[in-house]
Structures are given as C-alpha cells and as structure tokens.
Design a protein around this ligand. Structure first.
Ligand SMILES: [Zn+2]
Length: 348
C-alpha cells in the first residue's frame, strides 16, 4: 500500500508518500480502507520528534481518519466488511486501576495512534475495534476523518472536566485552531456566553460564525484586560487554554472568582510562571484533560453526525502532498482542518 511516512525526524522535507508494507490484521483489529484523514498539530510534534517518544521507523503519522471496513479479525463483533467507520486515536488497556474505573484517558498504558504507534495517513490501516466509531451514511468522509480528535478533546474539557452550565461565560483561546474551533461550538451548544481570541480579523469573523458572542484580537490587546472590561471586571467562569507558556498568566488573570482553567496543551511551552496567590485567594481550579473516554466520544460524534457540530475544512490534499499540508498548519494563517486523501481515492 501507499502511506505517508518519514524515516527520521525533521522538517517537512522528511515526509514521503510511497510503498509501505500492508498492515496485518490482529484478532481484535479492523482493516479500514482510508478515505480521508485530517492533520492535527500533534502530527507536527511527532514529525519533529518529542522527548521520551521513540518511534519505530519509518513512521506513518496520522491520528484522524475515516473509511470503509474491508476485513475484521476473529474477535471483532461490532463491525463487518463494508461498514463506514472513523478512528478515535486514544488507546487504553482496559485492565488497569483507572480503566476499571471508566477513566480510560488516565490509563497507565494510555497512548495515541499516530503519536506513539503507527498512524493512519495511509491507504489502509489496521486498528483495534475499540478505536472505531460507526459513521452514518450521508456524512462526508472529510468530516468523519477530521472531527474525532479535536471534538472529543474539546468535549471532555468543557462538558466533563469544566462541567460548564448554560449562561456561564467561557473564554476560548486560539478559537481558529482545531481544538479552539471545536470548543467554541461546544460552548455555544451548551448555552454558554462565548468569548474567543484570535490573531486576525478573518479568524475572529470565523469564530463569530461558529458561535462566539465576543471576540478579541490578542495581537492588539491583552486578552485578560479585554475580558475584565467586557465582563465589568468580573472575569469569565472558564478559560479553555491549549496554548500554555504564552497565555497561562493571562488565562489565570481572566478568570472570575471560583473560575476554572482547563488545559489540554502547551504548544508555546510547558513551564509558565504562575501567581499562586491568585489561585488560592480567588478559589480557582486548574483542570487537565487529554482526549476523551469512548462514551464521551460517542456523545460528541453523535452531534457531529447530526450536523450540530461541524469541523471547518480548510483544504483537502492528496496524501502525496502531505508535506504541504504540514506547512499549512505550521504557517498558522488559515482556518480549519487540512484533510489528506489517499492519491488512489478518486472521489473522497
Ligand atoms: Zn488502563
């Protein structure tokens, strides 16, 4: 089969699209013929290399994809050949203390398809049955192949971790990013008052279209000052921060008393300074979150299949242009998901 792959870490020039051994299908696995799979910022980190992650090379990247089931292992019961399916990339063991308690994302062996093991930006992928979600007829492959990672991440952050309520004020940083644009939609769906930040007028307009009630260009002003002004000095109930180093202090400053900061990433650095006094005096909560449990994935994908939540698609490229796709994400100008389609697929 053909697969996006790289033999060593580096810039986008390490990416190739070419022959790769066909996947072997384990007894609990399903072979999926991939129709579309989105890029995530995670793919950039994996390509560049991350401390503590030692990949088998050449590595096939990709943590989002959807396609048609072609073959199932002997122990697979939920899927059969011809079914439509999308991948949810988080893998948990099912046996550890946390899994037995339903806390799958806290699994001691938790890992992500595409990040720690072979990914799915290829013509075929063999993945555990537990990682597949049925996709109804009529749902575009580009939608099915780009929603799972960012929508499950944002869903768990807001609904499970921050437990947002209708009428609460929610600030979403980087509202044009993958997780950001999902978080804006989910917060609006949950009946919250949505505040969003972005770096250009076009991105802010897009955030408004997705459901943001108030928008701030963080290049032009401090978003914490803006929030204080917009809320009559009160601050917001929840901040969704996937940025880390560059925004942490302001995120904490933007919170109302009793507010919650929920984080899922640190793209600008992992060690920001924290004014601890603000945390105890204002009774703040800092909540961590990664991916989501299978039940939460089902809940949020149901809303995607219904069209109530929808990933924005910026561009669809053949997998042979995967390097350009990575560059589009690195450039940070555009808005929405970049989707890759195997070159052999004529109508994605
Ligand atoms: Zn486990």
């Amino acid at each position: 089969m053909q697969a996006v792959q790289f033999a060593g870490h580096g810039d986008t020039d390490v990416i190739e699209y070419g022959d790769y051994p066909d996947p072997e299908v384990g007894s609990d696995e399903v072979l999926v013929e991939i129709r579309a799979g989105a890029l995530n910022h995670l793919d950039l980190w994996v390509r560049r290399g991350m401390p503590g992650i030692d990949l088998e090379m050449p590595h096939v990247p990709g943590s989002d994809a959807a396609g048609v089931v072609r073959e199932v292992g002997a122990d697979v019961s939920r899927f059969s050949a011809g079914d439509r399916a999308a991948l949810s990339a988080g893998v948990s063991c099912g046996d550890c203390e946390f899994c037995r308690n339903g806390q799958y994302t806290l699994c001691t062996g938790f890992h992500i398809i595409g990040e720690h093991v072979r990914g799915v930006h290829s013509e075929y992928a063999a993945v555990p049955e537990a990682n597949l979600i049925p996709v109804p007829e009529g749902v575009d492959w580009a939608i099915a192949g780009s929603a799972p990672l960012v929508f499950q991440t944002a869903w768990r952050m807001l609904i499970d971790r921050a437990e947002i309520e209708p009428g609460e004020s929610i600030l979403v940083l980087g509202a044009s990013g993958g997780v950001g644009h999902a978080a804006v939609q989910i917060a609006a769906y949950a009946g919250a008052e949505v505040y969003a930040t972005g770096s250009t007028e076009a991105k802010l307009e897009a955030a408004r279209e997705l459901g943001a009630d108030h928008v701030c260009n963080y290049e032009e002003e401090s978003f914490a000052d803006w929030v204080r002004e917009e809320t009559g000095k009160r601050g917001v109930d929840v901040v969704v921060d996937h940025v880390g180093g560059d925004t942490w202090r302001e995120s904490i400053r933007a919170l109302a008393k009793g507010g919650r900061l929920v984080t899922c990433g640190a793209t600008t650095g992992p060690n920001p300074e924290t004014d601890v006094r603000r945390i105890f005096w204002n009774g703040l909560s800092v909540l961590g979150s990664t991916m989501a449990t299978p039940g939460q994935v089902d809940d949020v994908m149901e809303l995607v299949w219904d069209g109530q939540l929808e990933p924005a698609i910026r561009e669809t490229l053949p997998m042979s242009e995967a390097a350009r796709g990575h560059e589009l994400l690195e450039g940070r100008e555009g808005f929405g998901k970049v989707v890759l389609v195997p070159d052999s697929v004529e109508e994605p």
